[in-house]
Design a protein around this ligand. Structure first.
Ligand code: G6P
Length: 547
């Protein structure tokens, strides 16, 4: 296969970029108001307006040609069929099977049956806890749930349960092993009424196991014995042997499989806190929404395929406009956790510098993903978007109807989201700014001076994703949309989006440093790290540091 930058589509895109990059979007809208209709899609309860992007019909054609040349369709089909596309780990990538209704066997294993079996176990357990069935989780009624987990074993459940109405026990997410984080949660809970979920795909993650030991001790102290403490703990893992070694009985262990990546796992048993919070039926609707997006991704032509188009726009900005980052701005308070969720999904998947065969790449891959609630961001960092020296494409995410909300509040939110997208696109020229200042009665000199400060270059692209309403279905579809976007970009960049070798070195060193801090091993590091270890160790043997 040709390297990416030698493909016909890439070469054509480069020439097309050179011809068009000076074009301003405000002119495109003047000459072609129909672009708003041509560059929008409505899929699974999500309306996507991508007309405020620096593209024309030819750009879209060439980008789609690039996707075809890179074999996106074949790679997509390979993923859905269970081919071992995660080559470094020798695994299939089948998070889509967790929400599929189709039969699927991989290497003689009936994947579909295993998924249904485990989901039924989760549903039986979570419904019993929600209904306060005695003895299901300890002795009493469960009012609080602590989910101990980090990364993919934390961010998905946290995001979904913040987005959707919780009708079950209260949830507390404990990911950070800092004792301040642990105490903050434990001090407000009653041990008799608390269920603890230890979520870890590997069940070897230092942070989560450290938190588990402390929380178990807390439960034991209040409940009187370790046995009673363990009766209020369940494990969620793809490594049940490791959970068993830590005392989790088989019936207290919910499993998923190595073919589910951590950051793609909220649809699996990792979703247990979600089920507890919203109920098994609503969890099913979340899966339905994701399945609707899967179907669209599998069957829609690339030109009308929402995840493919979002991916291609990302490639256009990353590789041709050389934008290093991509911002996500949800305009609904319930969607705040979508940003850290997509951050892990995208950056851990596509933050790679070698291709799938291990050859160093000569082009950029995954962008920095950042952002936050748009309306708050407007009063903090949007200044830099409008007038700074970075150039940052944005995804705006809004929710059209929010039943029960105060209409005027929603107008404020929507007006701001639309205004930001329009301002980024249109900008305001120096001449126009100058005219406005003069009309307002300012002197010639003052107007000239201020116009320079008040000019907005504009031409900053954004895509608006408008959810009809925020339900498990539309949320499921939104998450699957981002999953597939990331997948398509990984295919085009020819990288393995499903491993995360980059997190290993730090983990290895932290194990060594932990032993050194504990005095169990001699300190052998660079001078800076050695000095910092020595300084931290003074905590055990404090000396005054300043007079
Ligand atoms: O679920 P666990 O095995 O505990 O892993 C939790 C997280 O930590 C790892 O370091 C990886 O970077 C993540 O991909 C993973 O989601």
């Amino acid at each position: 296969m040709k390297t990416l930058d030698k493909t016909d589509a890439w070469v054509s895109l480069q020439a097309h970029f050179n011809e068009t990059h000076a074009t301003h979007m405000r002119d495109l809208f003047v000459t072609d108001p129909g672009r708003s209709k041509r560059f929008s899609l409505d899929v699974a309860g999500i309306f996507c307006d991508y007309s405020k992007n620096r593209i024309n019909d030819t750009t879209r054609e060439l980008l789609v040609q690039l996707a075809r040349e890179r074999g996106v369709e074949a790679r997509r089909d390979a993923m859905f069929s269970g081919a071992p596309i995660n080559r470094t780990e020798g695994r299939s990538v089948l998070h889509t099977a967790l929400r599929s209704k189709e039969a699927l066997s991989v290497m003689g294993v009936d994947v579909a049956a295993a998924v249904v079996r485990e989901k039924n176990r989760m549903a039986a357990f979570s419904e019993a806890v929600r209904n306060g069935v005695p003895g299901v989780a300890g002795k009493g009624m469960i009012r609080d749930v602590i989910n101990i987990g980090i990364g993919g074993s934390d961010l998905g459940p946290k995001m979904v349960t913040q987005a959707l109405p919780v009708t079950g026990p209260r949830l507390h997410f404990l990911s950070n092993p800092d004792s301040n984080a642990v105490h903050r949660i434990l001090e407000k809970l009653c041990a008799e009424e608390t269920l603890v979920i230890v979520s870890s795909k590997t069940f070897t993650t230092q942070e989560s196991l450290t938190n588990f030991h402390t929380v178990k001790q807390w439960l034991s102290e209040f409940l009187g014995s370790e046995r009673d403490a363990m009766a209020q703990c369940v494990a969620v893992t793809a490594n049940p042997a490791a959970a068993a070694a830590l005392g989790f009985a088989e019936e207290r262990t919910f499993v998923f499989w190595n073919w589910v990546g951590g950051r793609y796992s909220l649809w699996s048993a990792i979703g247990l806190p979600i089920m507890l919070a919203i109920g098994a039926d609503q969890f099913e609707l979340l899966l339905d929404g994701a399945r609707a997006m899967d179907q669209h991704f599998r069957h829609a032509a690339l030109e009308e395929n929402m995840p493919v188009l979002l991916a291609l726009l990302g490639i256009w900005y990353r590789n041709f406009h050389h934008a290093p980052s991509h911002m996500i701005a949800p305009y609904d308070a319930r969607l705040g956790e979508v940003v850290p969720y997509v951050q892990q999904l995208d950056m851990e998947s596509n933050g790679k510098r070698v291709d799938i065969r291990g050859n160093e790449l000569g082009y950029g891959t995954g962008p920095l993903i950042w952002g936050g609630l748009g309306i708050n961001g407007q009063h903090a960092y949007f200044q830099l978007l409008h007038q700074g020296t970075h150039w940052i494409p944005v995804d705006f995410i809004g929710v059209m109807h929010s039943p029960g909300s105060i209409t005027e509040h929603q107008w404020v939110v929507h007006a701001n989201m639309l205004a930001q997208a329009e301002a980024l696109m249109l900008g305001r020229s120096t001449a126009q700014t100058y005219r406005e200042l003069r009309t307002a009665g300012l002197s010639l000199e003052r107007s000239e001076y201020l116009a320079r400060h008040r000019t907005f270059p504009g031409n900053i692209p954004s895509t608006t994703l408008l959810l009809d309403t925020l339900t498990p279905r539309t949320l499921g579809a939104l998450i699957a949309l981002y999953e597939h976007k990331v997948f398509v970009q990984g295919v085009i960049w020819d990288i393995n989006s499903f491993d995360q070798c980059g997190v290993e070195l730090g983990k290895q060193l932290s194990t060594d440093i932990f032993a050194e801090l504990a005095g169990a091993a001699p300190v052998v590091h660079d001078a800076s790290t050695t000095a910092l270890i020595a300084r931290i160790k003074r905590f055990d043997n404090p000396e005054p540091t300043h007079s």
